[in-house]
Design a protein around this ligand. Structure first.
Ligand SMILES: [Zn+2]
Length: 126
């Protein structure tokens, strides 16, 4: 299978924004969750973080609010990996750490007017 970035097409994805995370340029794409070209999004995944290609995928069927929450969730995965934060080996165990962190952080940022979502980033030339 081709690397993730090479499987992103105009039919199955749209660039939502470009971010710089830990000095790494990361492309964030809204994608068709059911695309057979993107098995990473199969099943119950609302988002996916591919460290190797510095790419984050978000299911484009989500509401804007949900998409923002998923983006923050995937950013936490990315940051933890890049920062070398020790994570348990299994996906479920890692999710058990990232999920509550993302929910609490998103809530704190939103309630305090600190979350600058991708729509606002786009308006500023993201
Ligand atoms: Zn996750």
């Amino acid at each position: 299978m081709k690397p993730l970035r090479q499987r992103l097409t105009r039919r199955n994805s749209v660039l939502w924004c470009n971010l710089t995370i830990a000095s790494i340029d990361v492309g964030v794409y809204l994608v068709a969750g059911k695309s057979r070209l993107l098995p990473e999004m199969a099943g119950k995944h609302d988002g996916y973080c591919d460290i190797a290609s510095s790419t984050i995928l978000i299911d484009r069927a989500l509401t804007e609010d949900m998409a923002e929450q998923v983006l923050l969730h995937e950013i936490i995965h990315f940051v933890c990996f890049v920062a070398g934060v020790p994570m348990p080996a299994g996906d479920a165990e890692e999710e058990a750490i990232v999920n509550p962190l993302a929910s609490a952080l998103y809530d704190a940022l939103k309630r305090n007017g600190l979350f600058l979502g991708p729509q606002r980033l786009l308006k500023q030339g993201c």
